[in-house]
Design a protein around this ligand. Structure first.
Ligand SMILES: *Cc1c(COP(=O)(O)O)cnc(C)c1O
Length: 214
């Protein structure tokens, strides 16, 4: 069930930060409550659960973000249905986007800021080379970077991890003379810190629910 104070909760998020609701915990009835409140940015992380939700909300102006690892054998089914990809993590997927996508896809690269703990995403040491390749693909509209912080980090460590992504972004902008305005970072338990460190998109799941206790 969606929290009853969703409207004021959404209002508490700064205007220049986009709330993307991580929709994996919610069915179409829950999500309909959000749509009625004008909250229409949803992020799914599995193809199988994305497709029925996409069909259900097709005419309702929902903006679909894909935020999970996109397996190449399923990617074709979603690539022309999503509005945003937060989780570009391989050059094989980049190549496939370029082949399959009809128009430019706004895309973020998922970065493994914590290489030992977090296996998802591109390692910082490989990022320059990765970006150089991605920029060759005209169907990819590179908008920024995405990350997940380590579970159970201290506040200080979270600041450090999120700041790291911002620094990496600044480096890439300078090196390639491009603009990477979007930083997708921050989840239910750490989004406030992420915003302090420059997040432009936060992906919130549990905290949207009435059952969430803080
Ligand atoms: C589930 C999920 C979230 C939201 O997590 P919460 O802790 O419930 O806010 C954010 N990003 C990704 C990639 C997710 O899979």
């Amino acid at each position: 069930m969606i929290r009853k104070d969703i409207k004021s909760f959404a209002k508490s998020i700064p205007n220049d930060v986009k709330l993307v609701v991580a929709s994996k915990y919610y069915d179409v009835d829950d999500l309909s409550v959000l749509v009625e409140e004008g909250i229409k940015d949803f992020g799914e992380n599995r193809v199988d659960s994305f497709l029925p939700k996409y069909e259900y909300f097709k005419t309702m102006g929902v903006c679909w973000h894909f935020i999970g690892h996109l397996q190449r054998n399923k990617a074709k089914k979603v690539l022309n249905k999503i509005d945003y990809l937060h989780s570009l993590d391989s050059l094989e997927l980049a190549k496939m986007i370029n082949e399959v996508r009809e128009k430019k896809l706004p895309t973020l690269i998922e970065v493994s800021v914590n290489e030992e703990e977090n296996k998802n995403g591109v390692k910082i040491a490989q990022l320059d080379e990765f970006v150089q390749e991605v920029l060759k693909y005209p169907k990819i509209d590179l908008k920024g970077l995405m990350m997940m912080a380590i579970d159970g980090s201290t506040e200080e460590s979270l600041h450090h991890q999120f700041a790291k992504l911002r620094e990496v972004r600044d480096h890439l902008e300078k090196k390639f003379q491009i603009k990477l305005p979007e930083l997708s970072m921050g989840m239910s338990h750490d989004y406030k810190i992420a915003i302090e460190e420059g997040a432009t998109m936060i992906r919130l799941g549990h905290i949207i629910s009435e059952e969430y206790k803080n």
